[in-house]
Design a protein around this ligand. Structure first.
Ligand code: KG4
Length: 304
């Protein structure tokens, strides 16, 4: 519903949630072969995100929990991304050992998190402006690609020359990220070249995408490397929508092999926002009997 507007329209998102939440939950239960009376708790995303959509989920969770007489567990969806690595299809599937570092890269966040335990996480670095996903999406938009642009850049980059164009990289102290300079530099490159050749973007789509993707990956990996050296942590996980990117996945794997570290790269279905990761985060809180009060409200912004 958002594609034709080139970005998420909050009002449309809330309405779509309202329309879909009952059929989605119903379908999920049917596919899982679980009756709603077998549920022991309801986990829901309390934030961060768009308030209108969060209100729909929060209210629905409260209603369902009262109807079924089971507790509710509120989940910070960023915890969900980090803990998605503990979703196992088989008992024998490996899970990360604590402590591990998680590079959380999504449409709204770019963070390096030190995960000491499922309930003990520290943000070592975060974006001071745009998130990595926004850099992908905004640059894709100026190239005329559909929203969200990240997957299109990924696809095009596979056929392009990543060394063809050079874009600005930030000089930010510590482990924080910045992507606004790259975005501007990308925009100026397009503007300057289009003046000379009106078909510049069309004729260079793949090289532009590959060069942009390479630069974003270099920015991400530079701070991740610093965090590894600073903490001495030996296990690296990635999560969030941008961790679906082929280049990011490859770079992290390759980096871990080179340095003798253990990578945890999530299955693509668990990279973008999904309910399974909210369930696993809720499950750990449930085991700790950390239930949510009925007067709790969603939050638009929150840190891990
Ligand atoms: O975690 P997520 O589903 O939700 C939000 O943070 O909203 O992340 C969505 C972001 C979008 O910016 C999208 O363009 C990006 O993840 N994304 C990708 C890829 N798949 C999704 N970026 C680059 N390459 C991809 N393959």
């Amino acid at each position: 519903v958002h594609a034709e507007y080139g970005g998420v329209v909050p009002e449309l998102a809330s309405r779509a949630h309202q329309q879909n939440i009952v059929p989605v939950v119903d379908t999920a239960l049917k596919r899982a072969g679980v009756d709603k009376h077998e549920l022991s708790a309801i986990a829901f995303t309390r934030g961060p995100g768009l308030l209108g959509s969060l209100h729909v989920g929060t209210s629905f969770a409260k209603g369902l929990s009262l109807g079924l007489r089971v507790p509710i567990v509120d989940v910070n969806h960023l915890h969900g991304h980090v803990l998605s690595h503990f979703i196992r299809r088989e008992e024998s599937d490996p899970v990360p050992e604590y402590p591990f570092l998680c590079l959380l890269v999504s449409g709204g966040n770019s963070q390096i998190i030190l995960v000491r335990n499922y309930n003990d996480m520290e943000i070592l670095g975060r974006t001071i402006d745009d998130a990595a996903g926004e850099a992908f999406d905004k640059c894709a938009k100026v190239m005329g690609l559909p929203y969200p642009g990240g997957p299109h850049i990924d696809r095009l980059a596979a056929e392009g020359d990543a060394s063809r164009f050079k874009f600005a990289k930030p000089h930010i102290a510590g482990l924080d990220y910045s992507f606004s300079g790259l975005k501007t530099s990308f925009l100026y490159t397009l503007r300057d070249n289009v003046k000379v050749d009106p078909d510049f973007v069309e004729n260079n789509l793949a090289d532009l995408a590959a060069s942009l993707q390479r630069t974003i990956i270099e920015i991400l990996m530079d701070k991740l490397d610093k965090a590894v050296k600073q903490t001495g942590v030996k296990t690296i996980a990635i999560g969030g929508g941008v961790s679906a990117n082929s280049g990011v996945r490859h770079a992290v794997e390759e980096y871990c092999v080179r340095r003798g570290l253990t990578p945890f790269i999530p299955a693509r279905v668990f990279t973008t926002d999904n309910a399974a990761m909210v369930a696993i985060a809720g499950y750990y809180k449930y085991l700790d009997r950390q239930f949510c009060r009925y007067d709790s409200v969603p939050y638009a912004r929150v840190n891990v």
